[in-house]
Ligand binder design. Structure first.
Ligand code: MF3
Ligand code: CO
Length: 253
C-alpha cells in the first residue's frame, strides 16, 4: 500500500531531512585522505543523538551501523571500517535519520582528495541524473517518468544504471511502496499523487550495470570492478510539484 502523508507529516520529515542535510555537510568537511569510514560512522551516530535523532539504519533487518559507507566499486551497503581512505577514492555515505518518528533518507558520494577526470565525471553525471529524476516528480506524472529520465541521461553519457537496487516509498518504515526504479519507460507505473514521499537514489557505474554480492550478505559491488557512485534524496509530492526533504541547498544543475 502506498501511504499518503499529511502536510504535518511532511513538515516533520522535512525537519529530519534538514538534520540529515546538515550531517552530510559536516561529512563533506571531514572527508580527506587518511580518514576512515569508521570515524565518519562514529561522528554520525553522535551528531544525530546530540540533535535528538536516532540512526534508523542501525538494527534495520540486522544491519549494524548508522551509515552505509561504500568505497570505489562498492555500489551500496558497504560497512563502515577502519581502513583509511586514499587520495583518488570515492566513498558514498548513506543514512536514514529518525527525528520524532519522522524519517529522511539521503546518500551522497564524495571524492577523496583529488580524483581523476573520469571519476569526477561519474560524480557529476550521477548527481545530475538525480535531479533529472526529481524534475519528473509532480502530481499526474508516473513512476516510469522518473526512471526513464535518469536512464536516458546516464546512458547518453556512456555510463550504466544499476538495476538491482532501486528507490522506494518511505515512512513509517524505511522501505515502503512504491518501488522507484532508476530505469524504465515514460508514462508507465503508478501515478504520483500529492502526499507521496519517495526516495530517488540512482547508482551509476562507469562500466556495466551488473552487480555481485559480498560474502557478508549486504555489500553489493560492480561485477566488472568499475567505480560506482550514488546520490539520493527523499522527496515529497506536493500540490505544486516537489519538495526535496533532504535538500542541502546545493547546485541543482
Ligand atoms: N538508505 C538505504 C536506502 O537508500 C537503506 C539501507 S538499508 C540498511 O534504501 F539496512 F542497509 F541500512
Ligand atoms: Co539511503
Amino acid at each position: 500500500m502506498i501511504t499518503l502523508k499529511s502536510q504535518r507529516e511532511i513538515d516533520m520529515m522535512k525537519k529530519a531531512g534538514e538534520l540529515l542535510a546538515d550531517t552530510h555537510k559536516q561529512i563533506a568537511k571531514m572527508i580527506k585522505p587518511g580518514i576512515t569510514t569508521w570515524e565518519i560512522e562514529e561522528f554520525v551516530d553522535k551528531f544525530l543523538r546530540d540533535h535528538g535523532a536516532t540512526p534508523e539504519q542501525k538494527g534495520y533487518q540486522g544491519y549494524q551501523y548508522a551509515t552505509c559507507a561504500s568505497i570505489n566499486d562498492e555500489i551500496c551497503h558497504g560497512f563502515p571500517r577502519k581502513t583509511p581512505l586514499k587520495e583518488g577514492d570515492i566513498v558514498t555515505i548513506d543514512m536514514v535519520v529518525n527525528l520524532n518518528g519522522a524519517l529522511a533518507d539521503s546518500a551522497w558520494s564524495y571524492p577523496v582528495g583529488k580524483v581523476s577526470a573520469e571519476t569526477q565525471k561519474l560524480l557529476d553525471v550521477t548527481k545530475k541524473s538525480l535531479y533529472k529524476g526529481i524534475e519528473q516528480v509532480k502530481p499526474g506524472n508516473r513512476i516510469g517518468d522518473i526512471g526513464h529520465a535518469i536512464q536516458e541521461y546516464v546512458e547518453a553519457q556512456d555510463f550504466s544504471v544499476v538495476r538491482n537496487f532501486i528507490g522506494h516509498g518511505i515512512g513509517p518504515t524505511i522501505h515502503e511502496k512504491p518501488e522507484v526504479p532508476h530505469y524504465g519507460l515514460p508514462h508507465k507505473g503508478a501515478r504520483l499523487k500529492e502526499g507521496m514521499v519517495i526516495t530517488i537514489e540512482p547508482m551509476v557505474n562507469i562500466g556495466g550495470f551488473e552487480t555481485k554480492m559480498d560474502n557478508n550478505g549486504w555489500t553489493a559491488r560492480t561485477m566488472d570492478g568499475s567505480l560506482s557512485a550514488q546520490y539520493e534524496h527523499t522527496v515529497a509530492v506536493t500540490k505544486d510539484g516537489v519538495v526535496i526533504i533532504t535538500d542541502q541547498g546545493e547546485d541543482k544543475a
